[in-house]
Design a binder for this molecule. Structure first.
Ligand code: HEC
Length: 281
């Protein structure tokens, strides 16, 4: 009787020890490995405000000198350094190494200046990657050891007034031995996107006209305070609507033929010319 209880106790203690050890090295049951993603398997972040152990906290011994770089593109594939609230962007992460590695892993996330998750990582573009949610943050990371060192994900910018958004990322260049030896992690890379606040670009005359809603999807309401000539053009100066001569009052302008993007609305009236930025979703 006594011996049996002792045995049960011992069994319990060793199971506990094994479990603690497993969670320490971050191995999940079955075939789930850190090589399937650190947030996914280890339930831990290596980047951003909630970072615990960095990739280099476990992985070392390699001679790759990896560095991570981050770039952001808008819907028209232009590189941007600022965002417009609610717009969709592509975040691009590239790991460069001095000596080439046999495989790569990484992790990335975003936050505002108050260290809250900012915007939304919506869907992965590059295969061999995944999105994982951990304590209110979403992480973009590898789902396998990848031969490629460049990863893209779709991201929707946060609500108006969020201000600066920082993107965090870290890469790990590995030797493919399914362990932590012979690998080398990059330092954490941070990239800050500022908020592009939509406002009048011209100070000729305020309140000469109003446009709403902005961003707009199809029908723009145009409120004119005097008879005006209306022109709508894109950032590059291509004119889409021209010589639209309208009286004072509210007008509906159908924009369903225009692609999404940033446009300029130029109103010319007797009292002067005014330009406003407009976003078509
Ligand atoms: C707490 C320790 C720990 C941390 C932190 C950690 N890993 Fe790992 N990683 C491991 C272990 C253990 C393995 C080997 C077994 C496995 O895959 O789980 C591994 C394996 C890997 C592999 C495969 C390595 C190879 O040579 O085949 C990649 C890729 C990888 N991790 C990427 C990362 C990245 C990227 C980070 C940071 C975002 C990271 N790891 C952070 C423990 C860690």
């Amino acid at each position: 009787m006594r011996n049996k209880r002792y045995l049960v106790g011992l069994l319990g203690a060793s199971l506990f020890a094994f479990y603690s050890f497993s969670s320490f090295i971050g191995v999940k049951e079955g075939s789930e490995k850190n090589s399937s993603g650190r947030a996914h398997t280890g339930n831990a972040s290596a980047v951003g405000p909630n970072a615990s152990t960095t990739c280099g906290g476990c992985h070392s011994g390699g001679d790759f000198t990896p560095t991570m770089s981050i770039s952001v593109k808008d819907k028209s594939d232009n590189i941007v350094t600022s965002y417009i609230s609610g717009e969709e962007y592509k975040l691009i992460f590239d790991i460069a190494t001095v000596n080439s590695a046999s495989g790569y892993g990484f992790q990335a996330t975003t936050s505002d200046a108050s260290n809250n998750y900012a915007g939304d990582l919506t869907s992965t573009i590059t295969s061999g990657t995944r999105l994982v949610t951990l304590s209110n943050f979403e992480y973009f990371e590898h789902s396998q050891t990848n031969a490629g060192a460049s990863y893209e994900v779709n991201w929707t910018a946060p609500s108006e007034g969020t201000g600066d958004v920082t993107i965090y990322a870290m890469g790990n260049a590995v030797n493919g031995n399914n362990g932590i030896s012979g690998d080398q992690a990059s330092p954490e890379k941070m990239f800050t996107l500022s908020e592009d606040v939509l406002s009048s670009v011209s100070d000729v005359k305020i309140n000469q006209f109003e446009i709403y809603p902005n961003p707009v999807s199809e029908t723009l309401n145009l409120k004119l305070n005097e008879q005006s000539d209306v022109q709508i053009m894109d950032n590059e100066g291509n004119v889409y609507i021209e010589n639209l001569d309208l009286n004072e009052g509210v007008h509906n302008v159908n924009l369903s033929d225009l692609k999404s993007g940033i446009y300029l609305v130029v109103i010319s009236a007797e009292s002067g010319t005014q330009t406003e930025k407009m976003v078509i979703e």
